[in-house]
Every structure is written in structure tokens, then in C-alpha cells.
Ligand binder design. Structure first.
Ligand SMILES: NC(=O)c1ccc[n+]([C@@H]2O[C@H](COP(=O)([O-])OP(=O)(O)OC[C@H]3O[C@@H](n4cnc5c(N)ncnc54)[C@H](OP(=O)(O)O)[C@@H]3O)[C@@H](O)[C@H]2O)c1
Length: 354
């Protein structure tokens, strides 16, 4: 498969290098001519989990310099979400007949691109592989994770199997018939673990211990889960059961969820949120494709998502410099979005997210 990796950042760099080291023909697209020249001269080096590998790309060029006549069989879109939405159509134009575009961003990117370009062109993907870019062309693989890929329709397809086998030469790839469900499960965790950590300016373990931390985690998660279920998706079990114990459209307080939450904390509690790193570096965040995706889809389905909507607004305020991450922001979100007791509406004595 003639393969183009678009985006030579952390994930794109690792995937390109490992695939090339396994003997595949790989081309790399950068955003700028300067980045392409730098990579062409330095090559790409990966260290970390999975061992060291090196790749002197046969061709690295800015995306706009690739000629559609190149007719790639596979384009792996490994930019951040906002760039993927812009670059997606350009990438699709580089595909040959029967070629596949594989976006691997968190959030709703594959679905948005499939709506615009057609599911025939777009295969769903997401990454459980963790990577960082130490310097341009220098990457570290951080875990033994895999790429999860599958048709968004849930159908079994020969092309998904071909892509799995092909990319599987270099990295672990797992095929799923529940791509939408898996995407929602990861999104639910990103909405609550990554984003709330970014708001609070700390790790999940730290923010869950401050006033409002645990409540906000559950409120953001509950809204995302409600929207996921309303789309007809069946969120996939990943680290934990996607539906918290005793869930009734909201998480029941008390100790029912202690063990469930402890499992999430054990995996992600000490990780510095990637969105916080983006904020600290003054880089655009993926908030519109994470909590923003929950709000957009909820809006389309007539489901209120006040917590996720407020979180999106505050993250934008941080990006524009009018706010800074701090734990007090968690209480601010809760104050803007009070829980409506059912007594307010139906006379029942439980509370539901407003
Ligand atoms: N890294 C991880 O461990 C990890 C794990 C799970 C999921 N993800 C998801 O995977 C996606 C990629 O993450 P990442 O960490 O690899 O991001 P990253 O390190 O920021 O890399 C993105 C790369 O894409 C390049 N790019 C942007 N627009 C482009 C264009 N039009 N054409 C070609 N290249 C372009 C960027 O170049 P410039 O710097 O010049 O803009 C950058 O090198 C994100 O959605 C992220 O949430 C990442």
C-alpha cells in the first residue's frame, strides 16, 4: 500500500518510522516546507517502548506539494483535530481509486470527515498508542498501545483488514466492529479526565481531591454518556465499563462508583493532561472536538449539555488569555450549572443534570 503519513508530530513520527523500519514504502507530509527540509536532513528517530528505529524518509514534503496523481492507497491523518478537519479534503484528493483516509484523532474527527467526504473514503481510527515528540524528527514511544481501526458503519470490510495487516507490520493495530462506541468511550474519558485537569491546571488525582472535582468529573462524564447513548452508539468497554455502576442517567453519589473511579485514577491519575500542555505552550487545544463535540451532538439531538458547554467556553477563555487554569474554575462551572432537583420539574426526589 502506497502510504502517506500526514503530520510528523508525536504519533505520525512514530507510525511513519516504525512502518518504514518494517520495510514499507512510506511518504511523509509536513505542514511547512521548513519542517520538511529539517526532517529530510535529520531523518526520523524513535526510541522508547518497542525499541529504537530510524527512518530516512524517501520523500518528505509539505502536504500542499504532493500531486494528486501520486494516488496513495492509504493516507494516515496524524495532525491535531482542528488541522485534520482542514487537511482532510486535501488528503482525500491524494487517494487513488479505492484508497482510504485514516484519521486517528481523539473526538469526532472521523465522523465529521466521513460526513463530508463519504464513509467509502474514511475509515475510523483512534490511538491508544502514546508518543511524544522530543524535538523535530526525534520521537519517544511511551507505551505498548495500539491503533484501533474500523468501519464507522460497524460493517466488516476487506479494506479495514488490509489496513490492519499493513500498518500492523510496524505497530500494533486492533480491528473493531464498534468504532463509534470505542470513540465515544475514549471521548467520555477525555471530556472528564483531560479537560477538567486542564481547567484545574493539574492531574486528575490532584483535581479529584479539590472541592467540586469529583462532582464535576461525573457531571461532564454523565452528559457525554447520555449523548453517546442518544446517538444509538454502544460505548465500548475499554478500561472500565463505560456505564458507571448504578447509573440512572446520572451517576449516583455515595460509594457506588469508588472502585470504578479508582480504576480510572490508577490509569490516568498521575498523567499531566495533554490539553494542559497545549494551553501552557499557547497552542490551540482540541476542546471543540472533545467537550465541544458532546455539546454539538447533544444540541442536534435536543439534549442539554450545560456542563460541557460551559467547560468549552472556559477553555476558550484560557486560550485567549482572559483566564488561567486553576482549581477554583471547577466550582465556577458547577455554580453556572446547578443540578436541577427533580422536585423542580416532576416532583421526584432525585436530581438530574439540568
Ligand atoms: N501523542 C499521543 O500520545 C496521542 C495519543 C492518543 C491520541 N492522540 C491524538 O492524535 C492526534 C495527533 O497527536 P500528536 O500528539 O501526534 O500531535 P502533534 O505532536 O501536535 O503532531 C501533529 C503534527 O501535525 C502537523 N500538521 C498540522 N497541520 C498539518 C498539515 N496541514 N499537513 C501536515 N502536517 C500538519 C503539525 O505540524 P506543526 O507543528 O507545524 O503545526 C505537527 O507536526 C491528536 O488528535 C491527539 O489528540 C495523540
Amino acid at each position: 500500500m502506497r502510504t502517506l503519513i500526514v503530520g510528523a508530530g508525536a504519533l505520525g513520527g512514530v507510525i511513519a518510522t516504525r512502518l518504514a523500519a518494517a520495510g514499507a514504502s512510506v511518504w511523509v507530509a509536513t505542514r511547512t516546507a521548513q519542517a520538511a527540509a529539517q526532517l529530510a536532513s535529520s531523518g526520523l528517530t524513535v526510541t522508547g517502548v518497542g525499541g529504537a528505529a530510524r527512518f530516512r524518509a524517501q520523500e518528505v514534503a509539505p502536504l500542499r506539494a504532493y500531486d494528486p496523481a501520486r494516488a496513495f492507497d492509504l493516507v494516515v491523518l496524524a495532525t491535531k483535530a482542528h488541522d485534520a478537519i482542514v487537511a482532510g479534503p486535501q488528503c482525500a484528493a491524494l487517494l487513488g481509486e479505492g484508497g482510504t483516509l485514516l484519521p486517528i484523532q481523539n473526538g469526532g474527527v472521523a465522523e465529521v470527515l466521513a460526513e463530508r467526504l463519504g464513509e467509502v473514503r474514511v475509515l475510523g481510527g483512534l490511538s491508544n498508542l502514546g508518543a511524544t515528540m522530543v524535538a523535530p524528527g526525534v520521537y519517544e514511544q511511551r507505551n505498548a498501545g495500539h491503533l484501533l481501526i474500523g468501519e464507522l458503519s460497524g460493517a466488516r470490510s476487506a479494506r479495514a483488514e488490509r489496513v490492519r495487516d499493513w500498518l500492523g507490520r510496524g505497530i500494533d493495530v486492533v480491528l473493531t466492529r464498534n468504532m463509534r462506541g470505542a470513540t465515544w468511550s475514549k471521548l467520555m474519558i477525555n471530556c472528564s479526565v483531560t479537560t477538567i485537569g486542564a481547567l484545574a491546571g493539574c492531574t486528575m488525582r490532584e483535581y479529584i481531591a479539590v472541592a467540586g472535582g469529583r462532582e464535576l468529573f461525573h457531571r461532564a462524564y454523565d452528559e457525554a454518556l447520555s449523548v453517546a447513548l442518544a446517538t444509538g452508539a454502544t460505548p465500548e468497554r475499554m478500561l472500565v465499563d463505560p456505564v458507571p455502576p448504578g447509573w440512572i442517567g446520572r451517576t449516583i453519589g455515595g460509594g457506588e462508583t469508588d472502585a470504578w473511579l479508582a480504576t480510572i485514577l490508577s490509569a490516568y491519575g498521575g498523567v499531566k493532561p495533554s490539553m494542559l500542555q497545549d494551553l501552557e505552550r499557547g497552542r490551540p487545544t482540541e476542546i471543540d472536538f472533545i467537550n465541544g463535540h458532546v455539546a454539538d451532538v447533544g444540541n442536534r439531538l435536543g439534549l442539554a449539555t450545560p456542563v460541557n458547554t460551559t467547560i468549552v467556553e472556559i477553555v476558550h477563555a484560557i486560550s485567549s488569555g482572559t483566564e488561567s487554569p486553576h482549581p477554583g474554575l471547577l466550582q465556577r462551572v458547577l455554580a453556572v450549572c446547578p443540578l436541577r432537583t427533580a422536585r423542580d420539574t416532576s416532583g421526584r426526589h432525585s436530581s438530574t443534570p439540568s
